[in-house]
Design a protein around this ligand. Structure first.
Ligand SMILES: CC/C=C\C/C=C\CC/C=C/C=C/C(=O)SCCNC(=O)CCNC(=O)[C@H](O)C(C)(C)COP(=O)(O)OP(=O)(O)OC[C@H]1O[C@@H](n2cnc3c(N)ncnc32)[C@H](O)[C@@H]1OP(=O)(O)O
Ligand SMILES: NC(=O)C1=CN([C@@H]2O[C@H](COP(=O)(O)OP(=O)(O)OC[C@H]3O[C@@H](n4cnc5c(N)ncnc54)[C@H](OP(=O)(O)O)[C@@H]3O)[C@@H](O)[C@H]2O)C=CC1
Length: 333
């Protein structure tokens, strides 16, 4: 009897999972998941989490919204009723994404070209946004640049390029919009996408780690300073989520992926739709008491890397018997 119920529940869970994956691939493209066995405990739920219409009459700017995680966030906000503006350097990519998402959700997505490293371009981009939709209620600073490289091989321009996109770009977008919103007495939710190594630092991505740490200091500082103008500032630190932009620059041969998945306690990569749901919640009015928050979203990878005894996961029950006997035999110090 119990086995029949478990069997039926298992089949039901499989059906729910496969329809969630179908919806996800329609809106966000393929999940591309590879996983370890414990991933079966943690299937991604990928349909929009918030009630439909949660972003009706709200305008959202997503930098880097044409690809990867920014695209997934745009798709979810648009599905929930927002009018979105996506901004980055490649107008053709932005326009394609904007058309695809608009045609799926029925809500307008605008594409605006902008290199966030250039403060003048940012100011012109905000002029365009004001003309298209008015000042946004939601700003997601998601654009970034990165590549793995031994630090002794970095040129000054390589350092400048990454820190300009990540730290200066985020600052230019945030300050330009912040000042105009303050002038117009309009509140907004600002969200920055950083990463787990913004906290620990990491070799081989030193410009990115330094710049992302700066972004976190910027957002925590403004959370304290600009609450009085109706602005909230929050940070999501994602762990590994497959996107072409990230994986082609951080693991070009694919050699590190398995080791990375093995050390993630939930046994799999995150999915773009999962982070999109979190970003939507943080940017929504359901989170109106959330400001200055730093949310780690990594399947447990950070704590798994940090704890010095975590490698003991590979000790078998028989080996534990021996270890325990040795430990118990020890007397005195
Ligand atoms: C399994 C592991 C996989 C993944 C996930 C794992 C862990 C989770 C944590 C992940 C964090 C991820 C953070 C991210 O930010 S991922 C986002 C990645 N997306 C992008 O980078 C998209 C945008 N990128 C770009 O446009 C380019 O890559 C670039 C280089 C950032 C900017 O392009 P631009 O045309 O402006 O710049 P260039 O003129 O090409 O180069 C400028 C400068 O940099 C030097 N350079 C470029 N590439 C390299 C390299 N690979 N190594 C060393 N140096 C490089 C280039 O030579 C130029 O310097 P000079 O020659 O002029 O001195
Ligand atoms: N995927 C992952 O595993 C992780 C990603 N992240 C973070 O998530 C965010 C999204 O990354 P992901 O989607 O993976 O990668 P993508 O490469 O797909 O996204 C980066 C986006 O930034 C835009 N961009 C780059 N340079 C500029 C610029 N100078 N001006 C304006 N826009 C620019 C790119 O568009 P264009 O080329 O048109 O300018 C692109 O759309 C980033 O902040 C990244 O650091 C953090 C941890 C893990």
């Amino acid at each position: 009897m119990a086995a029949r119920v478990v069997g039926r529940t298992g089949r039901l869970a499989a059906v729910v999972r496969s329809s969630a994956v179908r919806l996800q691939s329609r809106l966000h493209g393929s999940t591309g998941l590879r996983s370890g066995s414990q991933a079966n405990f943690f299937p991604p739920l990928e349909d929009a989490m918030l009630p439909s219409g949660s972003f009706n009459n709200r305008m959202a700017l997503i930098t880097g919204g044409g690809t990867g995680l920014g695209r997934a966030m745009t798709a979810t906000l648009s599905q929930l009723g927002a009018q979105c503006i996506i901004a980055s350097r490649k107008l053709d990519v932005l326009q394609r994404t904007a058309e695809e998402i608009s045609s799926q959700t029925g809500n307008k997505v605008h594409a605006v070209q902008c290199d966030v490293r250039d403060p003048q371009a940012v100011s012109q981009c905000v002029d365009q946004i004001e003309a298209l939709t008015g000042l946004p209620d939601v700003i997601i600073n998601n654009a970034a640049g990165n590549f793995v490289c031994p630090s002794e091989r970095l040129s000054p321009n390589a350092w400048k390029t990454i820190t300009d996109i990540v730290l200066n770009g985020t600052a230019f977008v945030t300050l330009e919009l912040g000042k105009r919103l303050i002038q117009n007495q309009k509140g907004a939710s600002f969200l920055a996408i950083t990463t787990i190594y913004a906290e620990s630092g990491s070799g081989f991505v030193v410009p990115s780690a330094s710049a992302k740490a700066g972004v976190e200091a910027l957002y925590k500082s403004l959370a304290a300073e600009w609450g009085r103008y109706g602005h909230r500032f929050n940070i999501i630190q994602p762990g590994p989520i497959r996107t072409k932009g990230a994986f082609s620059r951080l693991d070009p041969t694919g050699a590190f992926e398995k080791a990375m998945i093995d050390r993630i306690p939930t046994g799999r990569l995150g999915t773009p739709a999962e982070i999109a749901n979190l970003a939507a919640y943080v940017s929504s009015n359901y989170a109106s008491w959330m400001s200055g928050a730093v949310i780690r979203f990594d399947g447990g990878e950070y704590v798994s890397l940090a704890g010095e005894f975590n490698e003991l996961r590979s000790v078998t029950p028989d080996q534990w018997k021996l270890l325990e006997a040795m430990i118990r035999k020890t007397k005195g110090s």
